[in-house]
Design a protein around this ligand. Sequence first.
Ligand code: OFO
Length: 162
Amino acid sequence: MISEKINNIINEQINLEFYSGYLYLSMSAHLKEIGLFGFASWMRLQAKEEVEHGLKLLDYLIERNSFVTLKQIKTPEFEFNGVLSIFNHIYEHEKNITDCVMKIAKVAEDECDRTTLSFIDWFINEQIEEEQNIKNIIKRLELFGDEKTSLFLMDNELGKRD
Ligand code: OFO
């Protein structure tokens, strides 16, 4: 059985992961509305991944004979101002999520909970990968600009994510 502190912080993280899913889904819907179907599909796949992250945490609590407490998910942004600003927004969001994951590792360390520490490693690596993927897209948007031709090419490319 894990400590109350660990239980609380993991339950909070479940909520954050589902919120992340909501945020990506909101962005995906917006991108689809404006005809950027490749970007929209990339975002929708990311939303699915976020839900999987939430479920992975939820299953972990159950495996450790702990309790799942699902709380209300806050409303994600739904007004956006261009593709570059959307990616800058999620980059900041993911950096924040990385801090939260690091905080779980810190609490696990303080509680001498080796199992949670090793479990959370997967999330730390996942965050590094996510931040990097988003940063790479931002670099290219900054380099090529978000005018029609470059957006068209990137939209095709991102639409190939599977
Ligand atoms: Fe779950 O990795 Fe993004 O938020």
